[in-house]
Design a protein around this ligand. Structure first.
Ligand code: DAH
Length: 355
């Protein structure tokens, strides 16, 4: 019995010290291993008389339980302090900038939209947005293109219902209507976005991108339109001189209407913008038709202005030397890796628009 008490006292005091995991495991073996001090005490039980056995067994179980509790408490303490130590030493600084292992790339069309927005914002245009799913009124009727107007056929529209009331917008021009309906003049906006027409070949994709421009104020004329487009083309292609011509055209929502071509030539297999005697059509424009202004409750006797619609994909192809439009939308990772842009390379007028 006194042996038992000694073991208890000795290990009680050992377990009171600061111990490592190995030391605790060592103590565990010393006490409860096959030939451990406590384990061997159990072997004695059989040799005792019945009354002694009862008392000894109860004492032995108590001590065994006490020491086991002490050990498991000690193990818990160690676990806790190792977690605390990890928390203390393995801090993650979440304010550090992300260092992506595989870098994503910005699509040339997105990069072009950013460049266009930056250029127009320099001369006071703000950016508006409209939905891809439009109604027939905003896409056609309000833009002076009533039912049965021949211009509707040219758009190869994707209708979304049998009554032909809902459609995928065929151009960004409905954003003109949305903008003028919700505010009062003056207006000076651009609206880049996706547009849709049932058409597909090397230079046409059923989904493509346009940017709409609208400037309505007092005393705006074709000269303002020409100045604005001239500035834009020069900035976009980063050239000092640009050859530009206005060809008379027809759009129901503008009067007069024009299509704009820019001059170019091919030197050593490369397109040079602004020189040469070849012409490339890049946009449609004109003075906003009085009927359009009336439809959005703007008085055409007080306010007037110009609008334009530019094909974004074609501008991107020209600027970055990409010659098949379809490759834009094939989602080929290798293509994107080659033609894409660094996410941090945001185009601005100050930092430059190209790589
Ligand atoms: N919406 C026309 C199209 O997609 C382009 C256009 C022409 C827009 C003249 C305009 C404009 O704002 O004034 O073919």
């Amino acid at each position: 019995m006194s042996d038992l008490k000694n073991i208890h006292r000795e290990y009680n005091s050992k377990l009171g010290n600061k111990l490592s995991l190995e030391q605790i495991n060592q103590i565990k073996t010393e006490l409860f291993g096959k030939n451990g001090l406590i384990s061997t005490q159990f072997k004695i039980l059989g040799k005792l008389s019945e009354s002694e056995r009862k008392q000894f067994a109860s004492e032995l179980n108590k001590i065994k339980e006490d020491l086991q509790n002490l050990i498991s408490q000690k193990l818990k303490d160690i676990e806790l302090s190792s977690i605390n130590e990890k928390l203390e030493n393995e801090k993650v600084d979440i304010t550090l900038p992300a260092r992506p292992i595989i870098k994503g790339k910005i699509h040339p069309v997105s990069q072009t939209i950013d460049a266009i927005s930056s250029i127009f914002s320099e001369i006071g245009f703000s950016v508006e947005e409209g939905p891809d799913v439009e109604n027939d009124y905003n896409n056609f009727s309000a833009l002076n293109t009533p039912d049965n107007h021949p211009a509707r056929d040219m758009h190869d529209t994707f209708y979304l219902d049998d009554e032909k009331k809902t459609l995928l917008r065929t151009h960004t021009s409905p954003v003109q209507i949305r903008t003028m309906m919700k505010d009062q003049p003056p207006f000076k906006i651009i609206a880049p976005g996706r547009t849709y027409r049932s058409d597909s070949d090397q230079t046409h994709s059923p989904m493509f991108h346009q940017v709409e421009g609208l400037h309505i104020d007092k005393n705006i004329n074709m000269g303002n339109l020409k100045g604005c487009l001239n500035y834009f083309i020069k900035e976009f292609f980063e050239v000092d001189k640009i050859k530009m011509r206005f060809r008379p055209s027809h759009f129901p929502f503008t009067e007069p209407s024009a299509e704009v071509d820019i001059g170019y030539e091919i030197k050593d297999g490369k397109i040079i913008i602004g020189e040469g005697d070849k012409w490339l059509e890049i946009l449609g424009c004109g003075m906003v038709h009085p009927n359009v202004l009336k439809n959005v409750k703007v008085d055409p006797n007080k306010f007037q202005g110009y609008a334009f619609g530019i094909g974004i994909d074609r501008l991107a192809m020209l600027k970055y030397g990409i010659n098949d439009l379809r490759s834009f939308f094939e989602c080929d990772y290798r293509w994107l890796n080659h033609f894409g842009f660094d996410p941090l390379d945001v185009p601005t007028n100050y930092r430059g628009l190209s790589r």
